[in-house]
Design a protein around this ligand. Sequence first.
Ligand SMILES: Cc1cc2nc3c(=O)[nH]c(=O)nc-3n(C[C@H](O)[C@H](O)[C@H](O)COP(=O)(O)O)c2cc1C
Length: 330
Amino acid sequence: MGIDYPIVQAPIGAAATPELVAAVSAAGGLGILASTWPADPVAQVRKVRELTARPFGVNLVLEWDQHERLAALLEAGARIVSLTWGDPAEYVEMVHDAGGLLMHTVGTAEEARRVVGAGADIVVAQGVEAGGHVWSDVATLPLVAAVADAVDVPVLAAGGIGDGRGIAAALALGASAGWLGTRFLLAQEAPINEEYRQRLVSAGEGDTVWLADLFDRGWQGAPHRVVQNSVVEAWEAAGRPSFGKRPGEGDVVAYRNGRPILRYSSTLPLASDEGDLEERALWAGQSVGVVRDIAPAADIVRQLAAECDAVIRQLSAIPRARPAVRYPVC
Ligand SMILES: Cc1cc2nc3c(=O)[nH]c(=O)nc-3n(C[C@H](O)[C@H](O)[C@H](O)COP(=O)(O)O)c2cc1C
């Protein structure tokens, strides 16, 4: 992919601005735009190109047909394409004809074999610890190892990785890089609501919840992970009712550019929104337990790389002549 560090800034919805993506890529990682939702995804590609000459990616969610959008992104010069939530087979030729690389997010080793057979160049193994929409039922640790054994293309490890130790662990499992979402929500370039950012800073690893279908206005039937809040608690207390019968269904809880956002909306809380943060989807992975500081994206990349390097050196320095660990006698 032409990057200096094994660090990918995951597509994180509207938080993945061109400024964030360019800052990560310029610092030696790989930034990825979330190109499914912006009204003008081509303008975002052009903006990143203006800001850096380094490689960057675009991401499309295959819940919806993406032929037109992908063609426009390739035409604008995007060459690293990440696809998720569906079958990438019918997009492979378009990407390869444009001279691009195609990465696809998988949730099992079997799926990894299938998409590589269909032409994917890189697979992203996203474990159930991940923030945002969650593709797999399997934890990142066994998933990455199984996927790395199953395919002979590079594997990127996603879900629950928040620091350099996590990246080193992913490399040990056979991954070529870590794919981090929640960590980059704390980048200064990510335009998220400040109270949301503080919730991420203070949340522990056990404070998130996996939901089959709750914050689903905008995207139904897609499991996801958020920080537990009063909306989740009220829904659980009501006996987990289905769509249309949930507490406060239809209430306006916030506004974006004067347009109402309803309770259970899947929109990401942005700094420019008005309304009560407590009523919103607080997207985060279990990695939230190790992310603590808000910093410029370039500093995050450098810090992650340094931590990862230090862990690898430390592990490499363990003397091999004697056991590094004393096992208790059973
Ligand atoms: C706010 C948010 C938005 C996301 N949006 C997308 C997206 O548009 N496309 C996608 O493939 N993944 C999306 N994801 C999933 C991430 O790409 C990634 O797999 C996940 O964040 C990894 O787990 P982590 O948060 O523990 O690092 C999103 C995640 C978050 C937290």
